[in-house]
Design a protein around this ligand. Sequence first.
Ligand code: FMN
Length: 308
Amino acid sequence: MSGPDLTVSIGSMVMKNPVMVASGVFGYGDEFAGLADYGELGALVLKTITKEPRAGTPPACRTAETPAGMVNAIGLENVGLEAFLREKLPAALEHGTNVIASIAGDRPEEFAACARALDGADVAALEINISCPNVKKGGLAFGVDAESSAEVTAAVRAATKKPIIPKLTPNVTDIASIAVACEQAGADAISLTNTFSALVIDVERRRPLLAAGTGGLSGPAIRPAAVYRVYKVARAVRVPVVGMGGIWNSGDALEFILAGASAVAVGTALYADPQAPHRVLRGLRHYLEQHGLARLTDLVGGVTLHGG
Ligand SMILES: Cc1cc2nc3c(=O)[nH]c(=O)nc-3n(C[C@H](O)[C@H](O)[C@H](O)COP(=O)(O)O)c2cc1C
């Protein structure tokens, strides 16, 4: 045998290992072409797309560095479904591993339209970005309540046979109840977390630093908070959980796995090191070998909290 078994399945999607890249940070994959062999990873989640192209927030100031992290407000800038299918997806498939499309919309029907169009495409699964604003609910994210999260998940479920993975926002009181609602609406896995709501202030100009006002915090600063949410969700659902938030190395990834994640995604770390996911993968393999473990799945959810 050649080393430990790292495979992970989400519905019909089989990943050779649990390491993914997180949506948005990797773009459509073209920006990173040539920087590493991304075909070695379990799956690549591409930037969220909507039915029509979007310009996103004003380009003036979209990101800010913070202690151990960054705040971004890109505002779902994307090329739209048609250009995605024509240009971006074929290029992403060149990497030679599972490609997961991330979809969003202002209404459940828009999510469903994207899912329907992607059902015949060569994507391995769909991530549902329910962190985007729900126009019917005054701009709050779909993912802030169980009912609208389930509504979107059910609409996508009815539109595709591909595995579907709602991606949760951490900016809620009871994330486990939202995960359960998504599972009951037909989700094959749950991914979390998206970024944490944040505000950076320019004290000289006495106004928000980012053009959009507020943004989302990512990077190591959010990791313990994300690990805890993964723990809560993994204990509430039966489907696999994809964990992310500040993963820089294999130790970070192991925290998510021990908390209950079956797979992990690397986001912001890609900006510091385009080979961060590869380091994570090597480290995971090494850890299993060192501890005499034959399968990664033996570690999933291995840590239990007493009384919390
Ligand atoms: C610049 C940037 C753009 C992002 N764009 C998206 C996106 O389009 N869709 C999405 O679901 N998440 C998006 N995210 C969130 C990440 O996928 C990830 O959930 C989050 O950043 C936490 O992981 P990290 O700390 O490893 O980056 C973005 C994050 C960053 C930093």
